[in-house]
Design a protein around this ligand. Structure first.
Ligand code: PEP
Length: 251
């Protein structure tokens, strides 16, 4: 039985002064919801604040990206070991905003995925098709290619310690979430593709849905057999909404 997981992705939001109230409200809201796991992925500068407020709670924390290199002359980059120093358990890899706005590729996402695992972090590997790709019936081709960028290079066994996230680009930040049936179809495709390489890993790997998740649609999405929780953008900035999504996962 896979345990559900809800990950908040704050993106480039937050200020020291407001983070504390948000984090404390989330911690208080999910304290008794013990049947799922919760993570907050905050901007790099707030990892120390997240660490001090979340340690000894049932909410863990992580980052939104990393650099694949270790200690080298790379201005502005942050390595997996630096994230580990701040007690991060998770790191998002290959988010569509990074792929589109920072020109990250399947290849560089796969390299960062591997660097995260080597440092003991759990990568949350994002995949998803654009609106045009869906309309051209390319969803499985695109998602399969993104998944294969990891499996071909490192083997399916690296998914044993990873989380996968299906985030259709047309649903991220748009208020148009995938229907439970649309999402389930792709999640089942992803799990079947992993199963072709390793049935046990496919059975255990958590596949999150992301894209306009909110308190009103979370329960129906989480009821699908291959949806193991959510990656939440905007609603993770509002404690009441985020806690409601976490509670839907903990049912
Ligand atoms: C995201 O960016 O990962 C995301 C799912 O955003 P939103 O929930 O705001 O659509």
């Amino acid at each position: 039985m896979r345990r559900k997981l809800v990950v908040g992705n704050w993106k480039m939001n937050g200020r020291i002064a407001q983070n504390q109230a948000l984090i404390e409200a989330v911690v208080g809201g999910v304290r008794e919801s013990r049947n799922a796991d919760y993570v907050l992925c905050v901007p790099y500068p707030y990892l120390g604040q997240a660490q001090s407020l979340l340690k000894d709670t049932n909410v863990t924390w992580g980052a939104q990206n990393l650099c694949a290199n270790e200690s080298v002359a790379l201005t502005g980059a942050v390595s997996a070991y630096m994230l580990a120093d701040y007690g991060c358990s998770y790191v998002i890899v290959g988010h569509s905003e990074r792929r589109m706005q920072f020109h990250e590729t399947d290849d560089t996402a796969a390299t960062r995925f591997n660097a995260a695992e080597k440092a003991g972090l759990t990568p949350i590997f994002c995949m998803g098709e654009s609106k045009e790709e869906r309309e051209s019936d390319w969803t499985e081709y695109v998602v399969g290619r993104q998944l294969d960028s990891i499996i071909r290079r490192f083997g399916a066994e690296v998914l044993e310690k990873a989380v996968l996230a299906y985030e259709p680009l047309w649903a991220v930040g748009t208020d148009v979430a995938a229907t439970p049936e649309q999402a389930q179809k792709v999640h089942s495709f992803i799990r079947d593709r992993v199963a072709k390489c390793d049935a046990k890993i496919a059975k255990n790997v958590r596949i999150l849905y992301g894209g306009s998740l909110n308190p009103a649609n979370a329960a129906a999405l989480f009821a699908m057999p291959d949806i193991d929780g959510g990656l939440v953008g905007r609603c993770s900035l509002d404690a009441k909404s985020f806690v409601a999504i976490c509670k839907a996962a903990s049912q």
